[in-house]
Design a protein. Structure first.
Length: 175
């Protein structure tokens, strides 16, 4: 199977654009943001997705994600990862999951934990995986609470202690 690979220059431009969008989201006054923070675009994207109009869903969820809608971010990330309506874009998927996770989304944290455990979008890192799952568990997300001990398997006591300290402080792993 051939996977499309963009030239590095395009990746750099896309990365810069994503950083600009993130900066705008973070510095934009709350009153200047859309009242529903992308809720309408997310709902329209959900209808498009359910109707099999995947490119429309992708575009609508991208619009909503740029407005800070967490469900849109995770839905967009999933579409990018699976290549639904678009070529597979693991880096884009990781980027959107990372943004959603840092904004508090437990599903995004769990996905990043799974990605770290499997080496998707970067090197396999069991400590990062445990931290991401632990952060989701701290929010009370049932699956993460049940799975946290599985992700701890094989970690030495020092790594586990350090990871638990980071989790208790709410510190995110580096990308």
């Amino acid at each position: 199977m051939h996977v499309y690979s963009r030239p590095k220059r395009i990746d750099a431009i896309l990365f810069a654009m994503k950083m600009l969008i993130l900066l705008l989201i973070l510095v934009m006054p709350v009153s200047a943001q859309a009242d529903d923070k992308g809720g309408e675009a997310f709902a329209q994207g959900l209808q498009a997705y359910d109707g099999g109009l995947y490119l429309d869903a992708l575009l609508l969820w991208h619009e909503a994600a740029e407005m800070g809608h967490l469900d849109a971010m995770t839905s967009l990330a999933d579409m990018l990862y699976r290549g639904i309506g678009t070529p597979v874009d693991v880096d884009g998927s990781v980027w959107w999951y990372n943004l959603a996770a840092r904004m508090g989304d437990p599903i995004a944290k769990m996905m990043l934990g799974e990605f770290s455990a499997r080496g998707i979008g970067g090197a396999r890192d069991r400590v990062k995986a445990y931290i991401w799952i632990g952060l989701a568990a701290e929010q009370g997300y049932p699956w993460a609470v049940k799975q946290r001990h599985i992700y701890a398997r094989g970690l030495d006591s020092k790594a586990l202690r350090t990871a638990d300290q980071l989790i208790s402080r709410g510190i995110f792993p580096s990308r």
